[in-house]
Design a protein around this ligand. Structure first.
Ligand code: OAD
Length: 256
């Protein structure tokens, strides 16, 4: 991480009255949760995530898709927030009353478990399964149970809805489905009013979430990208901090 770039990014943080953190799967990578662009392994190795993360994929093979999500839900429930999550939460507390918001594409709850509040989830939650047919939320005993899935994965029959008997599905937004409108509207307003927009761990290729980075940059926000790799988000970047969330964010936010 280039010291001059870090210094410029820290200046953009210090002078901002409203800061938005926009996070993707890379934010949770150091917590042991695979990113979407990580190669799929085991049973799912020959499948495209876009197929698995879709209503069509679920309808054509519910056991394959439900098994994948239960394996991922297990990863989330066994994971712990990393230094990046903790840095954002601590920074938010330290700089009050300055406005700090978190908008995430992630379906885990690691920001909340690190202490961030009022997190805007654009793509739903893997911890909120519901009926595919009638949308009734799955019962707490299913939600609170930590799956015990083999590392290589397996097919797993989705449990039946307690109300209508339909198959329970993950509570995440799938390809081809709309984002929760209230969440996206709020995220849009936050991007529109941010002074500094910190993009952490997203390849920036999935719309409409990725449009938030453009919206922030075009209204004049300083766009700081935190990622070990170049991503589509870099097209809007004021500066790129090349590194992992767990290393960069504590240094950027001066939280050790
Ligand atoms: P991706 O897997 O597309 O991108 C992950 C990004 O994180 C990449 O740019 C990596 O370089 C970066 N990365 C990896 N390790 C990192 C680390 N330790 N610290 C910081 N960055 C790191 O994941 P997303 O961009 O989040 O949609 O994917 C966007 C959406 O595509 C997901 O929300 C999901 C998927 O379809 C839904 O679930 C609806």
């Amino acid at each position: 991480m280039d010291p001059a770039t870090l210094s410029a990014a820290r200046d953009a943080i210090h002078r901002a009255g409203h800061i938005v953190f926009f996070t993707g799967a890379g934010m949770s990578a150091e917590s042991g949760i695979p990113t979407f662009r990580d190669a799929l392994t085991g049973l799912w190795e020959r499948f495209d995530p876009a197929l698995l993360a879709s209503a069509e994929g679920f309808e054509s093979d519910p056991e394959l898709v439900w098994g994948w999500y239960e394996w991922r839900r297990q990863k989330v429930m066994q994971a712990a927030p990393n230094a990046g999550h903790r840095a954002i939460a601590a920074f938010t507390t330290n700089v009050r009353p300055r406005a700090v918001h978190v908008v995430t594409q992630n379906v885990d709850d690691l920001h909340e478990r690190a202490g961030s509040e009022d997190v805007v989830h654009l793509h739903g939650s893997i911890l909120a399964p519901r009926c595919f047919a009638c949308a009734t939320p799955a019962p707490p005993e299913l939600i609170n149970m930590i799956p015990d899935e083999p590392e290589g994965g397996r097919r797993l029959r989705p449990p039946p809805c307690a109300l209508c008997g339909g198959p329970v599905r993950p509570g995440v937004v799938w390809f081809g489905e709309s984002l929760p409108s209230a969440a996206f509207d709020r995220a849009t307003r936050l991007a529109q009013t941010a002074d500094t927009f910190v993009v952490v761990g997203t390849s920036g290729v999935v719309e409409p979430a990725a449009s938030l980075v453009r919206r922030a940059g075009r209204q004049g926000a300083a766009v700081i990208v935190v990622d070990p790799n170049l991503s589509a988000s870099n097209r809007e970047a004021t500066c790129w901090l090349e590194g992992s969330a767990g290393d960069v964010l504590p240094a950027l936010l001066d939280v050790r």
